[in-house]
Design a protein around this ligand. Structure first.
Ligand code: PMP
Length: 398
């Protein structure tokens, strides 16, 4: 993305599909709540795990909307974005192995968002990839999960809807995975925990309803759910995320995270929590407006890309990305004689020659090296123009 920014700074009309955040503004009601909180001097240290009002609200949402049993405010920690939520969670779950000891394993379906593996590795986990492909809808199967769980498995990280794949598990698929997890917890991996990154929960637009994996009672207590206001409410810069658990284990887990938070960031600002409460309770119309825009754009983007020869992609049903496989064009050359031998080379030449910025898929791991990621957090005219340039670039490869 640095090269795209440099070209833009030189006045080159770069079309950017790299954005990992909504192009909408934060809803007014959330902004006003944040400003009011500042004017009312909500600008001092906050309770480490977050203020009571916000924790109670999130517990209520997890109970009533997400259907997760056994969640009270004591099962909720509010932190500085979903990245920090993941960081604290992984630090609590894993330890750097002592000399001679084997590392505990983090199961990660791939392709996956670029920070999942590094955050796990920083905590001492050995990341075990579970490969998925366009053909499997980028979803792991129960059999694949059962085969991957070993006595060393500490956690499974699920991200549905997924960045970068924009696919999501159906409730039935989640039920089948939950069954495997519950069975493994009784035998192979008693300490197994599911970490569910549900950040894109509200940006879903297929026929598949969203369901939290923590809502299955057989695994509720071993599920740690992570969410935030950044993507759904166009509030990425406010830096609010949260972690919630369930039952006795969930409460102890949140107590541990609270200690970690207390010795790192102390707490998040009160006014950003106030803005988030307004988003969660007063901004359903904004949520719908943005969701419908993403739904329309998903169709425009999918239809435009699916029509390009040698571009294979899954229809997005959640989040705001498409992740086409462009590897049919690897081995070809640009008119200037530059060989396209990877997603990185594809993205670089597309940017240099046609001024379209996309994210090459290598860093998403697994099959990602065959793919590029395009975000449709941008307007429809831009999507159509970008697809036109992508088609022209591909047509020029020989
Ligand atoms: N999880 C996923 C799946 C994401 O896509 C992102 C942002 N790109 C994050 C976590 C990080 O979210 P935040 O900005 O709230 O830290």
């Amino acid at each position: 993305m640095n090269r795209a920014a440099a070209l833009k700074a030189q006045g080159v009309p770069v079309l950017s599909f790299g954005a990992g955040e909504p192009d909408f503004f934060t809803p007014d009601k959330a902004k006003i709540a944040g400003v009011k909180a500042i004017l009312h001097n909500n600008t001092k240290y906050q309770p480490t795990a977050g203020d009571t009002e916000t924790r109670e609200l999130i517990a209520r949402i997890m109970t009533e909307r997400n259907g997760v049993p056994g969640v009270t405010k004591d099962h909720v920690l509010v932190t500085a974005g979903v990245k920090m939520a993941l960081y604290l969670t992984m630090q609590a779950l894993f330890d750097v192995p002592a000399p001679g000891q084997e590392a505990q394993e983090l199961l990660l379906p791939t392709p996956a968002w670029v920070s999942f593996a590094p955050i796990g590795e920083l905590a001492g986990a050995k990341v075990v990839q579970m490969p998925t492909t366009t053909a499997s809808g980028f979803k792991i199967t129960p059999a694949q999960l059962a085969a991957a769980i070993t006595p060393l498995t500490r956690a499974l990280l699920l991200n549905s809807p997924s960045n970068p794949c924009s696919t999501m598990y159906t409730p039935d698929e989640l039920a089948a995975l939950a069954e495997v997890i519950a069975a493994a917890a009784k035998t192979t991996a008693p300490g197994l925990v599911v970490v569910a990154d549900e950040l894109y929960q509200h940006i879903v637009f297929g026929d598949v309803p969203f369901r939290s994996i923590g809502s299955f009672t057989s695994i509720a207590e071993r599920t740690i759910t992570i969410n935030g206001s950044g993507k759904s409410f166009a509030m990425t810069g406010w830096r609010i995320g949260w972690v919630s658990g369930s039952g006795a284990f969930g409460k102890r887990f949140i107590e541990g995270l609270t200690k970690l938070q207390g010795q790192t960031i102390t707490a998040v600002p009160g006014f950003t929590m106030a803005a988030t409460r307004a988003a969660l309770t007063e901004c359903d119309e904004d949520l719908d407006r943005m969701k419908h825009a993403f739904k329309r754009r998903a169709v425009v983007m999918y239809d435009a890309l699916a029509a390009i020869p040698g571009v294979k992609l899954a229809r997005p049903v959640g989040a705001f990305y498409v992740f086409p496989d462009v590897s049919a064009h690897f081995g070809k050359s640009t008119p200037g004689g530059v060989k396209i031998d990877s997603a990185a080379a594809f993205a670089e030449q597309l940017l240099g020659l046609h001024h379209v910025a996309v994210v090459p898929g290598e860093d998403f791991l697994g099959e990602g090296y065959k793919h590029i990621r395009l975000s449709f957090a941008c307007d429809e005219a831009l999507i159509l123009e970008g697809a036109k340039r992508l088609a022209a670039f591909i047509a020029s490869l020989k």
